[in-house]
Design a protein around this ligand. Structure first.
Ligand code: ZN
Length: 348
């Protein structure tokens, strides 16, 4: 017993007890902090989870009909889903809003739904919606323009051309649409031979003064002599990729030598020596370098109206739907086909 009291009064014992208390307090405070952090993170995850997924169809029905959120808020939500490419969610919201009776904006919401179906690739449903709107209000140019697009995407060019009539009556400018749809109809007509197609396409090109790439891409593919003969060399830049990829045997030296852009292009490609230099940086580089260098041109197409870009040529912009709005830009790139054939030759 005495031993215990001696130990208890020992200053060393007090120090040990003091540090033990500090250790216990620190340990619990650390453990409590970790526990609290875990709980907060779980709560936050649970809270955010409800925004990641759209409510089920039934929940959506209850939410929209309860009127807790205004119709404008639902439309904004549907629009943000549309912009993010989540068309399914956008479609569900529009459909549920349309199910509410006494909706004053039915036509507008049907139009938004039709547009979303179109963007999502449900062409038949989108067509039905646009036809339904036009049945009630036939003089709606926005809807007619979209119906024309739907028919075009469905390759029903006859019906698309019929839509131009009411648009013309509404004083809409249909000249380019008409030329473009007629050209598409000709290109997709299996009854016509290549010669007939070429003649008809050239007539459309001359009448409209447009669709240069669309018409000449076809002509250079099927009959390069007709293509060279009818080419307006002042528009050669638009056709840079077609001309760059034109077979060496199909070149027309008489025409090429009369146009500075063509002279520089084919000197850069290595077919002729018709230019010493070029104001176009990429051509100048290719003219100046050793011909064995593995460099070529790669092409990109930019829409003049909405500035969207694509590595492939397009006649109608898939974003803003403008026709004949693309211009081509080029850059230097490695010529993989040349490197590949040289590697193969070295193995032989
Ligand atoms: Zn565009």
């Amino acid at each position: 017993m005495d031993m215990f009291f001696i130990g208890f009064r020992d200053p060393l014992f007090s120090i040990i007890v003091f540090f033990a208390i500090i250790f216990i307090v620190t340990f619990f405070s650390y453990w409590w902090g970790r526990y609290k952090q875990g709980q907060d993170s779980k709560h936050l995850d649970k809270f955010l989870q409800q925004f990641r997924a759209l409510p089920s169809k039934d929940e959506l029905k209850v939410l929209i009909s309860s009127g807790e959120l205004s119709q404008k808020s639902w439309l904004l939500l549907a629009n943000s889903y549309y912009k993010n490419g989540e068309y399914e969610k956008s479609i569900e919201i529009y459909n549920e809003i349309l199910n509410i009776e006494k909706n004053s904006d039915t036509k507008e919401i049907m139009f938004l739904l039709g547009k979303t179906y179109f963007k999502a690739g449900f062409l038949e449903r989108s067509k039905q919606i646009f036809l339904e709107i036009l049945k009630r209000e036939p003089r709606t140019p926005e809807v007619l323009h979209y119906l024309l697009l739907v028919y075009e995407y469905m390759r029903d060019y006859r019906s698309a051309l019929e839509v131009l009539e009411p648009l013309d009556e509404l004083k809409e400018d249909i000249a380019l649409d008409s030329a473009y749809l007629h050209a598409l109809e000709i290109l997709n007509n299996n009854q016509l031979g290549e010669e007939q197609k070429s003649k008809k396409l050239l007539a459309i090109h001359k009448d409209s003064g447009a669709l240069t790439y669309m018409v000449f891409e076809y002509l250079f593919r099927v009959n390069h002599e007709v293509a060279w003969h009818n080419l307006d060399t002042s528009k050669a830049k638009l056709l840079a990729e077609v001309l760059w990829k034109c077979d060496a045997k199909a070149l027309n030296l008489d025409i090429i030598s009369q146009n500075s852009f063509l002279r520089e292009l084919y000197t850069a490609r290595g077919d002729y020596e018709l230019a010493q230099q070029s104001e176009i940086f990429e051509f100048d580089m290719l003219i100046g370098v050793e011909k064995r260098v593995d460099a070529t041109l790669s092409f990109e197409y930019i829409c003049d109206k909405c500035k969207s870009s694509s590595p492939f040529a397009f006649h109608r912009c898939s974003y803003c739907h403008a026709i004949d709005s693309a211009h081509v830009e080029w850059s230097l790139s490695r010529d993989y086909s040349r490197s590949f054939s040289e590697e193969n030759n070295s193995f032989q």
